[in-house]
Design a protein around this ligand. Structure first.
Ligand code: XMP
Length: 310
């Protein structure tokens, strides 16, 4: 495939769909939404409003990192602080699908819906890729980003049309586009990160305190494993507790699971044989997080496991 031709075709398609209207898109900082932002900006300039929703579920320093990266490319990104709304919607929920639904609903119907209404946008640009569509159709997982397949008619419910310029591509194609669009390798090669963000890494209730724990563990795992060629690595906070000892006292503490996987397309995956010294170091750093007294390495392949826990 000729990626330069693809870029030009998508830019033209966006221009002809949006016409003289305005478009809006949400940027998560992942490669898919970043590529869509760059394509949309190329097509529409300042008629595209790009929003980064701070859901409280993001990784450490993510909102600032994303805004700075795009500022360097001359693309303005607006941060909407919706942390309280998301935490409120997730309060008391422990079921994975209910958590996903709460995030989808808060994102599209409330926070983003309001931004669309205010902006007068007629079109929404979305970073759906082919694998998202296939997995949703197969019923493997309800992807939080496919409105029609969630039974949501965006035109009727939120008043905008959805454009999905990456719907024919898989991840490798999107990464190639990212390189062609001038993104740095840190973004083009970035490991996958799920739409519902750290909520997929917390078993049980998502609270500000539990997010702080999994965010700290995520930062450690991403830093320690940045030099591995693995497909994806992550940290998960379990809902169970375990007895431990700290400062000579018994402590009923939290447990964090580390995962590091090889995969081609996330449909199947195998755990990486990490060197023991690396595992020891990760364990030592994770159990230094307040309240965490166990760190486990999960070796389960997919299937029978999935990559995420939620
Ligand atoms: P699982 O856990 O199903 O994950 O083996 C497969 C890949 O998809 C990512 N993932 C998601 N991505 N919304 C997303 O955008 C989601 O709800 C979601 N759930 C899982 C996961 O990180 C892995 O790369």
């Amino acid at each position: 495939m000729d990626y330069q031709v693809f870029i030009q075709e998508q830019v033209t398609a966006i221009q002809s769909s949006v016409g003289t209207g305005r478009a809006i898109n949400a940027l998560s900082g992942g490669v898919d939404s970043s590529v869509v932002t760059a394509l949309g900006h190329r097509a529409l300039g300042d008629r595209l409003r790009t929003i980064f929703v701070d859901t409280a579920l993001m990784r450490e320093g993510e909102p600032q990192r994303v805004v700075e990266l795009f500022a360097q490319m001359g693309i303005p990104v607006e941060i909407i602080d919706a942390r309280d709304e998301f935490l409120g919607a997730l309060r008391g929920l422990t079921d994975p699908e209910e958590k996903r639904h709460a995030i989808t609903h808060t994102f599209y119907a409330r926070v983003f819906g309001q931004a669309v209404r205010e902006s007068g946008a007629t079109h929404l640009l979305h970073g759906t890729i082919l694998t998202d569509i296939e997995e949703t159709v197969d019923g493997i997982k309800r992807q939080h980003n496919i409105l029609a397949q969630l039974g949501i008619d965006p035109e009727k419910e939120y008043g905008y049309h959805v454009l999905e310029p990456l719907a024919t591509l898989r991840k490798a194609g999107v990464r190639e586009l990212a390189r062609r669009l001038g993104f740095p390798p840190s973004l083009a090669e970035r490991i996958p990160f799920p739409g519902p963000a750290l909520a997929t890494r917390i078993v049980g209730e998502v609270t500000a305190e539990r997010l702080q724990t999994v965010r700290a563990a995520t930062a450690i795992v991403e830093e320690e494993l940045a030099d591995t060629p693995a497909f994806q690595y992550l940290a998960v906070l379990l809902n169970d507790k375990a007895t431990g000892m700290r400062d000579g006292k018994r402590e009923f503490g939290q447990m964090v699971v580390v995962r590091c996987l090889d995969s081609v397309d996330a449909r199947t995956a195998t755990s990486v044989d990490l060197p023991w010294p690396k595992l020891h170091r990760i364990c030592e750093r994770i159990t230094a997080i307040p309240g965490v007294n166990r760190c486990l390495y999960d070796m389960t392949p997919k299937p029978p496991a999935t990559i995420e826990y939620v």
